[in-house]
Ligand binder design. Structure first.
Ligand SMILES: [Fe+2]
Length: 253
């Protein structure tokens, strides 16, 4: 890509998000998340010879544009309880032409961006994509996962999961969730039954990081380690967390 002006992109992003209440912690969180994901995309793309760093960065800047309207209308990040924020954002950008305020991009770039954004929150990337399209989908998904570790560390778990401290501290980890971790995969939403399951679910994202640099950054940042240090009042849950710590260190993950 040859027409990216980062200042134009940042200005367009700021202009768009000014329509939303920045004192709302959910809006604030998504603005910070956007910049972090964009920088992570660039850092990952730097290790992928076939990837264009500017295009990867731009995918990060645009990927969660649907979040702002989702929060305004529904006051939740739960797609299941509101809208698919990725599809919503992609429609806004590419059907309602919001993308035009971010610059002029050739059709190939626009198609890649749309594909990466629509796929960023799916359990699995759609099948049949070319290697080039897959690369940008993978970079964006890795960057997003890495920043989820931070968000889950910096925001009180009770707030994210809508549970009381008591519920979180007492929670057990379900067998199906333990199996998912052992199978080294991400969890499907309805596999998670307890607040501790949700926490394990976030840790499981490490299994699906595609690029070695992503695994490296995830550990380097220290947030993943903090999630793994969770202390429960439930002894079985503590034992399970100890198991996960040792399993991940043995895997070099
Ligand atoms: Fe997202």
């Amino acid at each position: 890509m040859n027409t990216l002006d980062r200042e134009t992109v940042k200005n367009a992003f700021n202009a768009y998000t000014e329509n939303y209440n920045a004192s709302d912690p959910k809006i604030k969180l998504k603005i910070a998340h956007t910049y972090r994901v964009a920088n992570l995309c660039e850092r990952i793309a730097d290790t992928v010879p076939s990837a264009d760093k500017d295009l990867a960065w731009l995918s990060g800047m645009l990927h969660d544009v649907g979040r702002f309207e989702q929060v305004k209308r529904y006051n939740t990040f739960s797609d299941a309880d509101s809208v698919d924020h990725a599809a919503f954002g992609a429609d806004l950008l590419f059907k309602e032409h919001l993308i035009d305020s971010f610059g002029t991009f050739d059709k190939d770039c626009v198609d890649i961006l749309e594909t990466a954004i629509r796929n960023h929150n799916r359990f699995r990337i759609e099948e049949g994509l070319s290697d080039e399209y897959m690369t940008y989908c993978r970079i964006l998904r890795d960057a997003d996962k890495i920043d989820i570790f931070r968000v889950n560390t910096e925001t009180p778990l009770e707030e994210i999961y809508n549970v009381t401290s008591e519920e979180l501290k007492q929670a057990a980890v379900s067998d199906a969730v333990k199996n998912g971790f052992k199978e080294k995969r991400a969890l499907i939403r309805n596999e998670r039954k307890t607040p501790a399951d949700i926490l394990v679910g976030h840790i499981c994202l490490v299994h699906e990081l595609e690029y070695p640099i992503s695994v490296k950054i995830a550990w380097e940042q220290g947030y993943l380690d903090q999630l793994l240090q969770f202390r429960s009042d439930n002894e079985e849950t503590n034992e399970w967390f100890a198991y996960m710590r040792s399993a991940l260190s043995q895997q070099g993950k």
